[in-house]
Design a protein around this ligand. Structure first.
Ligand code: SAM
Length: 421
């Protein structure tokens, strides 16, 4: 068997900052792999130099044919943190890979700024969707963010502020370890429009009175632009969201998205996932776009068109909310059953007995277990210095999904058998 490949992290000080064991391993290498900047740190090394560039995955495949050679792959910082170690481990496996980590540029940036990082989350705007960075910024008191030329600090700041993230302390660390190193300690709002060096990381530090976003708090109806009557009411939204039993990473369809109130709140719960908001009415599409922009919901994808035709080509959902069907209920439910992920939860809101009857009959036909809830809500309203109860129209919430053996295995997916009466 070939010798293991050593993946060695190199810090800001270059060769001088390596532990002696790593220096010895590099000295004994027959082949040195790395980016141009790192290889340039070993100009006189007699090993064959392999320049890593674009098409990295294919290059790494070639490591399988390394034979008896001692191979060292040089990586910057911590190779296991959004670095090359992941690709090498995928190709060679843990048996043939040895990793010597250095500190990440994010640790170094926090250290340079004199800010402890025990309560920080480290993420990457290069490797992860911006919606996920927004999600972390809503939750974490401190955030370290790897950037790239298109996801640079100004672009990230603009996206975070658009999503309502507090204007907090923001530290941009440029060219760490290089003679041109520079720390810009400012506020998030000051970053928009500013240009920084390509080698840059961004740190966010929330103010002491900052509070993470509430875990679950549907907004009042008035928070959304909508056509009167065409919005799922806040309390009904709360129950429907509970029935959807979302995971953070779910892919979700909202069919008949209307104002997008549900889509946006689903997207905030499934903040590391994605929501496809399907709507065919032009006026409602206008509200939907306005609300998605208002709340910076970067993981909501608007799908203009009529379901089920508009559903073709969407990725298989883990959960589906159905707010409207306009005579297409059978086609929509059949399509969902054809393409959904296993144990997909389907939650429908209806107001008429006929639609409810049709939905239950279809669930029976399609082998879906369903659970029916009728919601009658009355809201307190002031009247002559007193309070009266103003009732809202009753709504049916039908939650459907594949029957399963044990509620403990998949609480969201497991529903009662349909009642046959
Ligand atoms: C009651 S509203 C949904 C309200 C929405 N959940 C909200 O909170 O704003 C129903 C929506 O479904 C849309 N709709 C109905 N049938 C549809 C279909 N087959 N495809 C796409 N949209 C549909 C309607 O245009 C309408 O905007």
């Amino acid at each position: 068997m070939s010798a293991p490949v050593w993946v060695i992290g190199v810090g800001a000080e270059g060769p001088a900052g390596l532990p002696p064991a790593a220096t010895r391993l590099i000295a004994g290498a027959d082949q040195l792999w790395g980016g141009a900047r790192l290889l340039a740190d070993w100009p006189d090394h007699p090993a064959q130099k392999i320049l890593l560039g674009s098409g990295l995955a294919a290059q790494i495949e070639a490591l399988r044919g390394r034979g008896e050679r001692n191979v060292v792959v040089l990586a910057s910082g911590d190779p296991g943190f959004f670095g090359i170690a992941g690709t090498i481990l995928r190709v060679l496996g843990a048996q043939e890979t040895r990793i010597v980590p250095h500190v990440t540029s994010l640790q170094l940036a926090f250290a340079r700024a004199g800010v402890p990082w025990s309560d920080a989350i480290f993420t990457s705007a290069h490797a992860r969707p911006l919606a996920e960075v927004v999600g972390w910024a809503r939750r974490a008191p401190k955030l370290g963010i790897l950037t790239d030329p298109s996801h640079h600090p100004a672009a990230i700041a603009a996206a975070l502020l658009a999503a309502g993230v507090a204007d907090c302390r923001a530290i941009v660390a440029e060219n760490l370890g290089l003679p041109e190193e520079r720390l810009v300690d400012t506020r998030l709002s000051q970053l928009t429009g500013q240009a920084f060096a390509p080698l840059t990381v961004l740190l966010l530090v929330q103010d002491p009175d900052w509070r993470p976003r509430p875990v679950f708090a549907p907004r009042p109806d008035a928070a959304y632009a909508h056509r009167r009557g065409l919005i799922t009411k806040s309390d009904v939204r709360a129950l429907s969201l509970a029935r959807l039993a979302l995971s953070e990473t779910d892919q979700v369809w909202d069919i008949g998205a209307g104002s997008g109130a549900l889509s946006i709140e689903i997207a905030e719960l499934a903040w590391r996932g994605r929501v496809w908001a399907v709507e065919h009415d032009p006026e409602n599409l206008g509200y939907l776009r306005e609300n998605v922009a208002r709340y910076g919901a970067a993981n909501v994808e608007i799908v203009p068109g009529r379901a089920p035709a508009a559903l073709g080509g969407l990725p298989p959902p883990a959960a589906v909310f159905i707010g409207g069907t306009d005579g297409e209920m059978a086609g929509i439910l059949r399509h969902i059953c054809d393409v959904a992920q296993p144990a997909c939860r389907i939650v429908m809101n209806m107001v008429t007995l006929e639609h409810l009857q049709q939905a239950r009959a279809l669930c029976g036909e399609l082998g879906l277990a369903s659970e029916l809830t009728q919601v009658s809500i009355a809201q307190g309203q002031p009247i002559a210095g007193l309070t009266r109860l103003a009732p809202l129209n009753p709504v049916f919430i039908l939650a459907a999904g594949a029957p399963c053996a044990s509620a403990q295995d998949a609480p969201g997916a497991c529903l009662q058998e349909p009642a046959h009466d």
